[in-house]
Design a protein around this ligand. Structure first.
Ligand code: AMP
Length: 574
């Protein structure tokens, strides 16, 4: 672990990507394979491989208590160190005492992480974390804590670890990086990918059913013209306001995974049955939405009642029925589909969902009927009342006017807007590109991370209802969050109560009226205007910011960047 920690220090000290990759490659080559495999996971800022559902369940509050305890420092010293570094790992590195006999192996750290994950209750977890950090040198502890909080903050992304693996084991052979990326995407395990690279077996990586992989993401557009500017043949779908879900179906078993790759099957017990009738093993991509008869999605706030439940009551099933609106197929009948163009995947999906036990299309086929001048009719059929699995209808638009009409029609159906997709594009897991575009109601919303919270006023006096939020500063290659605004309206009382509890449990520093909190909660915020301002460290401020909704489906890493802020700023009328 010492060499790994020293390598991390060296990586943090340079902003040059090539240098970072070379440092990782050299380090990996110096290790035994088992050690290199676990290190690759740690260097990606994770305690466990991405596909695994194992989590440490150790919050910042527990970690800072252990650090305070081991360092025998008082609250003031801890707060001062935290102010200086803004990172609990660095605080541990500075405050923990050096003792003889300290030092841990990477394999040992991996083993203890598994023990911590398997242990229930904060007291037992605390004891394991305490023992682990006591046995580590201060520098090792710094990086152990960083891995535990899920963020190394050394300007190293998993994509750079992939590059390092290609460099270390394939000697820079042409195409080796692509092979590494593909294997990692299929396996969702950078350590396993490394093992294959060592054995020269990268191309043997196989899709593993029930191991979710990354979702293809969309880029926002600001006008209908922009929506048709990147490619010539566009498929247009409604943008449903629900949660993204990847369905794995094989041998009569069905599982749903969220965007954060967590299994969410239990929250939607009615959906697996509907998919069991599929005639081939498959992986599907779609959106789960609250569903109203006949054939209309309900707002996200309705679906929210169904999220995060382990047990769903019959009443809930009746009152908030859901549907799985399927728009893509990633694997079917033993074959990976992601390299095929959307045009082909759409056809295969039509055929797959044409099975007898499934509802196959909202309006007699998947093409919306375009009337004269691209006017669309969206018919509903009585049989839809039983639908749980629905092939998301696909429309076509050849002009900005047609796109506007589709947009208005989608909104009239209660949907958020449109998705515009390049029919020639392959499926790129985990990538946000211009092959999928999204056109939303609020032309400018930002997904932001909450960094600090305050108690409210009036009827919100006892709850944490004022949120300071931030975007990623990608400019300096430092992966840090910079604040951009503060908002206190938009959430329901129930949501605020839940958030208050979460923030109290995940406070990093209690300053009395204000608390800095673990940067994990993502909000979607709308605003009227954006200004240059030195009020916040991003250099921008928002006019009339309001919270559109919580985004529990997004991880902090998926929040917006300063680059997007700048884009919006430059595009608006000043
Ligand atoms: P956003 O969450 O605003 O970044 O928008 C992208 C999300 O829209 C995706 O991750 C999906 O959850 C959702 N979505 C809704 N309808 C569709 C659709 N037809 N195709 C792709 N994504 C969709």
């Amino acid at each position: 672990m010492r060499t790994l920690a020293e390598t991390c220090e060296a990586i943090a000290a340079t902003t040059k990507k090539l240098r970072k990759t070379a440092l990782v490659a050299d380090y990996l080559k110096s290790c035994m394979i088992d050690e290199a495999a676990i290190s690759a996971v740690f260097l990606s800022g994770k305690a466990f491989p991405a596909w695994e559902e194992t989590t440490l369940q150790v919050g910042g509050a527990l970690l800072s208590r252990v650090v305070a305890d081991l360092s025998a420092k008082d609250e003031a010293a801890l707060t001062a160190a935290y102010r200086k570094h803004g990172d609990l790992g660095a605080v541990a590195g500075e405050l923990l005492p050096e003792k003889s006999g300290q030092g841990l192996g990477v394999l040992e750290v991996g083993k203890v992480f598994r023990e911590i994950a398997a242990t229930r209750g904060p007291a037992a977890k605390s004891a394991l974390v305490r023992d682990l950090l006591a046995r580590a040198t201060p520098l090792e502890a710094k990086y152990i804590v960083k891995i535990m909080t899920g963020d190394l903050r050394i300007g190293l992304k998993e994509s750079l670890v992939e590059e390092a693996i290609a460099q270390a084991y394939s000697g820079g052979r042409a195409g080796s990086l692509k092979d590494v990326q593909r294997a990692n995407m299929l396996l969702g395990d950078i350590g396993e990918t490394l093992r294959l690279a060592v054995g020269g077996k990268l191309t043997e990586a196989k899709m593993r059913l029930f191991h979710p992989f990354g979702f293809m993401l969309a880029s926002p557009i600001e006008s209908p013209e922009e929506g048709l500017s990147y490619f010539s043949d566009a498929a247009v779908e409604d943008k449903y306001d629900g949660i993204r879900a990847q369905a794995h179906v094989a041998g009569g078993e069905v599982k749903f995974f969220s965007r954060t790759r967590d299994e969410i099957t239990e929250s939607f017990p009615e959906l697996p049955d509907a998919l069991r009738g599929l005639r081939e093993d498959a992986i599907l991509d779609g959106e789960i939405a609250a569903w109203e008869q006949p054939g209309r999605a309900r707002p996200f706030s309705v679906l929210q009642q169904r999220l995060g439940r382990k047990k769903v009551s019959d009443r809930m099933l009746r009152e908030v029925p859901v549907a799985y609106l399927v728009f893509d197929v990633l694997y079917a009948g033993g074959e990976l589909m992601i390299d095929r163009p959307l045009r082909e995947r759409a056809r295969i999906l039509d055929e797959l969902l044409a099975g007898e036990n499934l509802y196959h299309g909202v309006h007699g086929g998947t093409r919306g009927k375009a009337g004269s001048q691209g006017k669309l009719t969206f018919e509903t059929e009585p049989e839809l009342s039983a639908a749980r699995i629905v092939r998301a209808p696909v429309f076509r638009a050849a002009s900005p006017e047609e796109l506007e009409e589709l947009f208005a029609a989608a909104q009239a159906r209660g949907n958020e807007g449109l998705m515009i997709k390049d029919l020639e594009s392959s499926y790129s897991p985990g990538k946000r590109g211009k092959a999928w575009l999204k056109m939303k109601r609020e032309l400018a919303t930002l997904d932001v991370v909450v960094t600090a919270v305050e108690y409210g006023h009036g009827k919100r006096v006892g709850v944490l209802s004022d949120y300071t939020f931030a975007v990623w500063d990608t400019d300096t290659n430092k992966d840090r969050l910079v604040n951009i605004g503060k908002a206190y309206s938009g959430l329901t009382d129930v949501e605020i109560a839940e958030m208050t509890k979460w923030f109290l449990d995940h406070t990093i520093e209690d300053q009395g009226f204000r608390r800095t909190v673990e940067p994990k909660i993502v909000l979607e915020v709308a605003f009227n205007n954006m200004m240059l301002s030195d009020r916040h460290d991003s250099g921008y401020a928002l006019r009339f910011p309001r919270i559109v909704r919580l985004r529990p489906d997004k991880t902090a890493e998926e929040a917006d960047t300063i680059e997007r802020v700048r884009e919006i700023y430059e595009r608006q009328d000043h």
